[in-house]
Design a protein around this ligand. Structure first.
Ligand code: HEC
Ligand code: HEC
Ligand code: HEC
Ligand code: HEC
Ligand code: HEC
Ligand code: HEC
Ligand code: HEC
Ligand code: HEC
Ligand code: HEC
Length: 431
């Protein structure tokens, strides 16, 4: 008996211990933290409650195993204040504002060092920064400009891809707005403080901030992450062209683009603006008062005539497309076959979209050949719609006739039956 009990008890222990062992390992894996518990900088500062303001354990530097000493220097294994924070152990203390770019650049400008942690992470931040208006002014002693820690909250820095990061696309406008919308802070400068307000209402701002569409540009997509300079005269076209490639390619080949460069005009911005870019429509081309074209072209000029011609091509396609669409609705309401009509109209609509981009060739014939393709497609769709509607009425007509014949037949049968009944009654009486 005894011989049997002991192995069973052992078995229980093993059975019980195994899941506990597994669970404890899962618990450890669930909270990844590479901050060593015996890091004396953290132990002592936490005990004395003198952690720097804004300190968060998730800070990317701490998570990557860099102690406080990674930035501040010193010896993080010593629990003696005098030793841990001594000059002999490389303690550098707190950098002044002017020193910060170099302070961060010690690692971030060193490709060999950074490769150990994150191959592919750019290492040009400091160089870019000094080419920006922020960096150039810092060098001249202006302490109000943004330094690294104005945009990256030191002691709680996150990777740029983390949605909680101050430089994650959706949060960038708020980060810049902190200073650029603060009229009191910016009063010594000669620039407006409405960039955020204009941007937030623009087609880009609505897409990014309201619809969380991160393909729309935040401030840094036009100004650079670290380059913060207004894009120069000719480079505006390239900045916008990063995303609107076709518009850029068409525009750059025009005579107008060359004239813009010579005259010092700002490319796309000259028509669309920069912070307050609106959703566009056909009303912006043509000879009507809202059109961009009439701001520079007077009647009689080629530019003016072209504007009018392009507009009438677009209007022609747009209005016939609307006719085609209402025909399609009617076909659908009548329950007839709408598949081919739908495809043709989709194709035609695509031509309209392309023609609006082709406006940027500022060439009447190019736009016209595209709108003509669209008009043809709609005409085919309308022909098919007419046939389907016709078919519907023919079917209905046939149905009426059939019903009419059936009713006549029914009446005839009814009369016949009555006659037969009458005859039978008569026969009964006579019998
Ligand atoms: C045994 C406690 C202790 C240890 C260990 C310790 N510190 Fe400190 N640290 C302090 C105290 C106390 C102060 C405030 C001293 C003062 O205000 O003069 C301080 C101040 C600082 C400051 C601000 C200095 C300034 O000029 O304002 C920094 C930065 C700092 N510590 C970083 C570190 C780093 C990095 C380590 C690890 C290498 C570390 N500390 C280890 C106790 C400690
Ligand atoms: C990425 C580099 C970096 C790391 C990592 C870092 N610091 Fe700092 N620390 C700075 C910079 C830069 C400043 C100056 C901030 C300023 O001027 O506002 C600073 C300021 C301080 C100050 C003085 C100002 C204040 O807010 O009290 C203390 C204390 C301090 N750090 C302690 C620490 C401790 C403790 C750790 C580790 C938990 C740590 N730091 C980790 C860069 C760093
Ligand atoms: C005006 C605000 C601003 C300043 C000043 C600034 N940064 Fe950035 N930083 C950003 C933005 C915005 C991003 C990019 C986010 C993205 O990639 O979408 C970024 C990204 C980074 C990255 C991730 C890699 C990269 O280049 O995309 C590092 C590292 C970095 N910054 C370090 C620094 C250092 C070091 C300094 C000081 C020399 C600094 N930053 C100054 C706004 C700033
Ligand atoms: C001791 C070297 C060192 C110093 C000094 C340092 N960093 Fe870093 N930093 C790193 C490392 C390593 C990473 C992690 C890179 C990774 O894995 O993505 C990092 C990551 C970052 C990131 C996130 C990059 C990303 O993935 O998007 C930012 C932003 C950043 N640091 C900003 C700063 C700023 C601002 C300072 C100065 C206050 C600074 N760093 C000082 C080494 C350093
Ligand atoms: C700490 C405050 C601060 C933050 C944060 C900040 N800036 Fe600035 N910025 C300034 C100051 C101050 C100037 C200098 C203005 C001047 O001299 O005209 C400036 C200048 C500029 C300029 C040049 C303006 C000119 O003179 O033509 C641009 C562009 C700019 N910032 C963009 C940005 C962007 C984009 C961000 C966010 C990614 C940002 N800034 C974040 C303070 C800040
Ligand atoms: C679609 C591109 C684009 C976006 C997005 C954008 N900017 Fe600009 N910004 C420009 C252009 C282009 C100029 C240059 C205007 C000129 O000089 O003709 C400019 C100029 C500026 C200036 C110089 C002063 C001024 O108002 O002309 C500042 C400061 C500035 N932008 C900050 C910002 C901030 C902050 C954001 C985000 C809230 C932002 N920008 C978003 C394109 C953009
Ligand atoms: C980072 C990419 C990006 C950059 C840079 C950019 N845009 Fe856009 N833009 C978009 C996206 C995405 C939309 C679509 C927004 C929406 O409606 O959802 C858009 C929409 C527009 C529209 C409205 C289109 C319409 O359907 O009416 C115009 C006009 C425009 N951008 C012009 C510009 C100009 C001019 C610049 C340069 C000053 C610029 N964009 C820079 C991505 C960008
Ligand atoms: C001379 C004035 C002018 C210039 C310069 C100009 N555009 Fe346009 N843009 C227009 C007009 C007009 C429309 C409206 C077309 C329509 O809807 O009929 C338009 C429409 C757009 C649209 C929406 C239609 C589409 O293609 O999706 C975008 C995006 C756009 N422009 C971007 C740009 C970019 C980027 C540049 C610079 C490379 C630029 N534009 C230069 C006049 C201009
Ligand atoms: C900011 C001013 C400006 C706006 C807005 C503008 N243009 Fe122009 N356009 C010019 C200049 C300058 C020239 C070069 C004139 C020249 O070479 O004689 C030009 C040239 C042209 C030409 C070539 C004329 C030729 O002689 O071959 C055409 C076509 C044209 N524009 C059409 C348009 C259309 C269409 C619009 C509206 C969508 C428009 N432009 C809006 C300034 C403008």
């Amino acid at each position: 008996m005894i011989d049997v009990k002991i192995p069973i008890r052992k078995l229980y222990i093993i059975l019980f211990a195994f899941p506990v062992f597994l669970l404890s390992n899962i618990a450890i894996a669930g909270e990844p933290s590479s901050i060593p518990e015996d890091d004396q900088c953290i132990v002592c500062h936490q005990e004395l409650e003198i952690m720097p303001e804004g300190y968060k354990e998730y800070d990317v530097h701490l998570q990557k195993g860099l102690s406080c000493s990674g930035c501040h220097g010193g010896d993080h294994t010593s629990d003696d204040e005098e030793v841990a924070m001594s000059k002999e152990n490389g303690f550098v203390g707190v950098p002044s504002r002017e020193e910060i770019p170099q302070f961060c650049g010690r690692c971030h400008s060193d490709p060999e060092y950074m490769r150990n942690y994150h191959p592919g992470l750019p290492t040009d931040q400091v160089q870019q920064y000094y080419s920006s208006v922020h960096g150039m002014k810092l060098k001249k002693g202006d302490k109000k400009v943004a330094v690294c820690i104005s945009c990256h909250p030191v002691h709680s820095i996150l990777p740029a891809t983390d949605p909680r990061s101050s430089v994650y696309a959706l949060n960038v406008p708020q980060t810049c707005r902190h200073c650029h919308s603060n009229a009191v802070y910016m009063r010594d400068y000669k620039i407006p403080t409405n960039q955020y307000e204009l941007y937030a209402k623009s087609v880009h701002g609505v897409a990014l901030l309201d619809n969380k569409d991160i393909s729309a540009p935040a401030c840094n997509d036009c100004h650079g992450n670290h380059g913060a300079t207004p894009p120069g005269l000719s480079s505006v076209t390239f900045v916008c062209g990063n995303c609107h490639i076709n518009n850029m390619n068409f525009f750059r080949q025009t005579r107008m683009a060359k004239a813009f460069e010579e005259l010092g005009f700002h490319g796309c911005e000259q028509c669309h603006g920069h912070h307050a870019i609106e959703k566009t429509s056909d009303k912006f081309v043509g000879t009507n008062s809202e059109s961009f074209c009439v701001k520079c072209h007077d009647p009689g000029e080629i530019g003016y005539e072209t504007a009018g011609a392009i507009k009438s091509n677009l209007t022609e396609l747009d209005s016939i497309y609307n006719v085609g669409s209402s025909d399609l609705l009617e076909v659908q309401r009548k329950g007839m076959n709408d598949i081919d009509i739908g495809f043709l109209l989709n194709d035609a609509h695509q031509r309209l979209i392309e023609a609006r981009t082709l406006v940027h060739t500022f060439d009447e014939d190019t736009v016209k050949s595209k709108t003509d393709e669209g008009v043809k497609l709609v005409q085919q769709a309308i022909t098919i719609s007419d046939k389907e509607i016709d078919k519907y009425y023919k079917r209905r007509y046939g149905f009426y006739i059939a019903t009419f014949i059936l009713i006549i037949l029914a009446v005839a049968i009814f009369l016949k039956i009555r006659d037969i009944e009458k005859d039978q009654k008569k026969k009964k009486h006579s019998v």
